[in-house]
Design a protein around this ligand. Structure first.
Ligand SMILES: Nc1ncnc2c1ncn2[C@@H]1O[C@H](COP(=O)(O)OP(=O)(O)OP(=O)(O)O)[C@@H](O)[C@H]1O
Length: 429
């Protein structure tokens, strides 16, 4: 493994991930590390060609202004110091910033542009083989982007030494469990355990209307099912996980105060003591997608829109019933099909239907019917902190309404949610 690296040290700037991505877009690998990296830690990082010291709004920690350690200044590496406190450290203009970064990376540090997916995949296959040896790895495979790309990478590296467990909890979108089986078992010839846990989950959720409670039940039941499967298997020493770089950045730096736990199939009992295999932990989301594509995963999996962990469970508002859940799944499938047909797939960040536990009077086949209404939500966002509503063509909304009210059992009205975030959130629960 040989690639040049530009090291970014975190002196409290919120733009570090952006700078890191921009340098990677130039074809040069970057990592973000804490400001107080020691000489030993620095020496262990391979291929470092230069260091960016990027200060910012969070530079004062507990009343003390932080600075990089002496080791950093004494390392004999080119340093780009951009530490205008409070303001932007790099030019706000994209083109100007690119010029500054290019000059530093290529002219000053003489780094080579040798960061690409082909090299990444080859390196990771090597590293996974070295880490795992002839042992076995277990992976919880949701069919989402992250765990699917981990699965594809592990299959390439260790083939049948990997066992994937896919839990169908009844809250997945239409066609998703089938796609997981088709792609991984049929096409990639993986060891895949498909667990039909639909009844288990829906029985546990029956009558539970509180969203927090629903999420907890789904999370806890998932751990239970996964644990049961893990105990049936013998000789597993490793657990694969779809941790990605933003997870690490968010929970790992010293100037970020909120600590989040991500992705780990947390809550497994301690006697199931697995070592972790996390081959995507240095990738940003767009790189994860590029990696999945390079590994031959279908676009529908790699470019899938974000989907909440508890799945359709939080779009079947209030207490989940099987018939209303089915109406959520079917109406969502129609919405997705129509958005794809009309060029909105990949353009709109997130779109889905939600069905509240609310019936209203309507007319079908000249008969009075009391049925639910489906709410369409279609939003765009950059960071999920705020969101705007997509201006969906009115004719398309009318067509989707027509389809949903005629094709989905139990729906006699369709509503369109016009609310941005704030005041609404993206999801309803
Ligand atoms: N239905 C499922 N079957 C198997 N594993 C699952 C399932 N749902 C979640 N997981 C596991 O839990 C992890 C975290 O789930 P979460 O829904 O938060 O995922 P995510 O961040 O969207 O990642 P992914 O893109 O892999 O779904 C997944 O990466 C996967 O390993």
């Amino acid at each position: 493994m040989k690639q040049d690296m530009i090291l970014i040290l975190d002196l409290g700037s919120e733009e570090n991930p952006k700078i890191a991505r921009e340098i990677r877009a130039l074809g040069v690998y970057t990592e973000i590390h804490p400001h107080d990296i020691t000489a030993e830690e620095l020496a262990k990082l391979p291929g470092v060609k230069g260091i960016i010291l990027n200060g910012g709004v969070n530079r004062v920690v507990d009343g003390v202004e932080i600075d990089a350690s002496e080791a950093v200044y004494n390392a004999g590496l080119p340093i780009l110091k951009a530490d205008h406190k409070g303001g932007a450290a790099f030019p706000a203009d994209d083109a100007e910033r690119e010029t500054v970064l290019k000059h530093f990376v290529f002219d000053t540090c003489k780094a080579e542009a040798n960061w690409n997916m082909e090299n990444f995949i080859a390196d990771q296959i090597e590293l996974i083989k070295r880490q795992v040896g002839d042992k076995k790895v277990l992976l919880a495979l949701s069919g989402g982007v992250d765990s699917s790309v981990v699965a594809a990478l592990l299959i390439r590296a260790i083939g049948k030494q990997l066992t994937c467990v896919h839990v169908n909890h009844g809250l997945l979108r239409k066609g998703e469990p089938e796609q997981v089986v088709q792609v991984f078992r049929d096409e990639m010839d993986a060891n895949l355990i498909y667990v039909d846990a639909v009844d288990r989950f829906l029985d546990k959720l029956a009558g539970v209307a509180d969203p927090e409670q629903k999420r907890k039940i789904i999370g806890a039941e998932f751990i239970r099912v996964f644990e049961e499967e893990a105990r049936k298997l013998e000789g597993i020493e490793f657990l694969g996980q779809g941790t990605i770089y933003p997870d690490i950045i968010e929970s790992g730096t010293k100037t970020v105060k909120v600590i989040k736990s991500h992705h780990n199939v947390g809550g497994l009992p301690e006697d199931l003591d697995f070592a972790l295999v996390e081959p995507l932990k240095m990738l940003f989301k767009d790189e994860v997608r590029a990696c999945g594509k390079a590994l031959g995963l279908p676009d529908s999996m790699v470019y899938r829109q974000p989907f909440p962990g508890p799945g359709l469970g939080v779009r079947c508002l209030g207490a989940i019933t099987r018939d209303r859940l089915e109406a959520v799944r079917e109406s969502d499938a129609i919405l997705r099909e129509e958005f794809a047909k009309n060029g909105l797939e990949g353009k709109v960040w997130q779109y889905f239907t939600a069905i509240p536990d609310l019936k209203s009077v309507g007319v079908k086949d000249n008969k009075r019917v009391d049925e639910w209404c489906a709410i369409i939500r279609a939003v765009n966002t950059i960071d999920a902190m705020t969101a705007t509503v997509e201006n969906v063509p009115f004719e398309l909304l009318q067509h989707i309404t027509d389809r949903i009210t005629h094709e989905v059992k139990g729906i006699n009205r369709v509503l369109f949610d016009l609310t941005p975030k704030p005041t609404g959130t993206i999801e309803f629960e």
